[in-house]
Design a protein around this ligand. Structure first.
Ligand SMILES: *[C@@H]1O[C@H](CO)[C@@H](O)[C@H](O)[C@H]1NC(C)=O
Ligand SMILES: *[C@@H]1O[C@H](CO)[C@@H](O)[C@H](O)[C@H]1NC(C)=O
Length: 422
């Protein structure tokens, strides 16, 4: 039971924007470019030539690395443990700045086609938006749950390289990675805001975690170097809204944007750059830390409505925590009330947090099941399954759990546990 609830929390964390998570400084000593001048072990091998690290698995006389699948090139241009790996064919080109071990993981993922290659026209168009530069506007009606955009990363850098390498080495490595991209893909990458490659990654990237083994039980859970920053073409066109009409998820190397409500032709498509369930002052602070002023409708409400909204967000937060606390602490169950479930869902709906409803529905379904209210348990579990699939994709294990609950609440672990505890 504890595991189930904790796994819900983990999911929410995974899908947020990279910039929310990363301390900006990790000052490293400047390492001289020439190894001849360098006796310091930490600077021992800035191998900027096309020199390959030892043990990269290549067989003499073969020009591709047998440790990587066909189509992938590298390692090349290594600095310390980080090298460039690239595949010019995958959706027009992708380059990775990472270690051989992580490149092996990333290149083992199934390849997913960008929708740009699909035959049906995309349901949006980049359009100038007054006061916001370019945004994406729906060119036809889009239904809730429809996939709007799907993109494989163009440039991916390991967090550790991004934050720890001295700037001159890092910039050189990034330039070499960008140079590996075929010209059209490189040109699209370079249209992102930011004066140089480092700043473009800093401002536009999303967090990717290279999971080893199954997503549910990764064998590299404690691997601090699993975190990567990935840029995706066109995704930077989505403007921010604290009440977005789309939600995105990242699976392996792919960024997928889904409609979380019905969208009319002519409406702007938006995502939230920060956790939209935060109160206004905190949302504004996080956005401004990121060099961005929040002028969305929700941030610009009259003071009275801001206060009402903040109070709802506070109540949502409190209620979610209460539910989790009571479910996971000894004796907590007897203090639960079934109405907490419907109340949580109502708060999300009033706040128009359509992008996060899976969280509320899941908790509501569980609490009703705990009180042996089959009708409500089934209703919220069915809604939870649909919302979790929409928000997290077809592999989501909470969606599977909710399907089981909707189908047969009486045999779910949560059924009647309040009565048994009391
Ligand atoms: C992934 O797991 C394999 C097999 O256990 C191991 O050899 C490899 O080093 C792991 N990769 C990472 C990045 O942890
Ligand atoms: C992500 O990669 C894993 C491991 O290769 C694979 O099992 C899974 O199906 C992939 N997910 C998607 C959505 O492609």
């Amino acid at each position: 039971m504890r595991h189930f609830v904790l796994s819900l929390c983990a999911l929410v964390v995974d899908s947020l924007v990279a910039a929310e998570f990363h301390p900006r400084s990790d000052a490293a000593a400047e390492c001289p470019l020439s190894t001849l001048l360098d006796n310091d072990a930490t600077c021992a091998a800035p191998r900027l030539s096309a020199h390959r690290p030892e043990g990269d698995g290549r067989v003499e006389g073969e020009d591709r690395n047998p440790l990587l699948p066909p189509g992938w090139e590298g390692p090349s241009d290594c600095i310390r443990e980080w090298c460039v790996f690239w595949n010019p064919e995958l959706n027009g080109g992708i380059a990775l700045v990472t270690t051989l071990a992580h490149a092996q993981l990333a290149t083992s993922y199934p390849q997913v086609a960008d929708d740009a290659d699909a035959s049906s026209p995309l349901p949006f168009e980049p359009t100038p938006i007054p006061g916001k530069g370019t945004g994406l506007v729906a060119t036809r009606a889009i239904r809730k749950g429809d996939i709007i955009m799907q993109r494989t990363a163009t440039l991916v850098a390991q967090d550790a390289a991004h934050f720890r390498l001295p700037p001159n080495l890092r910039n050189d490595l990034y330039q070499r990675a960008v140079d590996k991209l075929p010209a059209p893909r490189r040109a699209a990458f370079l249209t992102q805001i930011g004066a140089d490659v480092y700043t473009k990654i800093d401002r536009n990237s999303f967090r990717l975690v290279f999971v080893n083994g199954s997503a549910a039980a990764p064998t590299n859970r404690d691997d601090k170097t699993a975190a990567h920053l990935g840029c995706f073409n066109d995704v930077h066109f989505f403007n921010h809204d604290c009440r977005p009409n789309t939600h995105y998820r990242i699976t392996n190397l792919t960024h997928t944007t889904v409609a979380v409500q019905d969208i009319a032709a002519g409406d702007e498509l938006t995502i939230s750059y920060v956790d939209a369930t935060l109160q206004r002052a905190e949302r504004q602070k996080r956005l401004s830390d990121w060099g961005f002023e929040c002028t969305c409708k929700q941030c610009s409400l009259p003071p009275r409505e801001v206060l009402e909204s903040d109070l709802r967000l506070q109540a949502m937060d409190w209620l979610s925590e209460e539910l989790e606390d009571k479910v996971t602490t000894v004796g907590g169950l007897v203090e639960l009330e079934p109405a907490m479930g419907a109340r949580l869902v109502a708060l999300y709906e009033q706040e128009r947090l359509h992008a996060y409803l899976g969280h509320a529905y899941t908790r509501a379904a569980l609490v009703y099941s705990m009180f042996e209210d089959a009708d409500n348990a089934k209703k919220y579990a069915a809604d939870a399954e649909v919302a979790m699939l929409r928000e997290y994709g077809p592999a989501n294990k909470d969606a599977v759990a909710m399907r089981a609950l909707a189908a047969d609440p009486e045999n779910h672990w949560s059924w009647g546990i309040v009565r048994r505890a009391g």
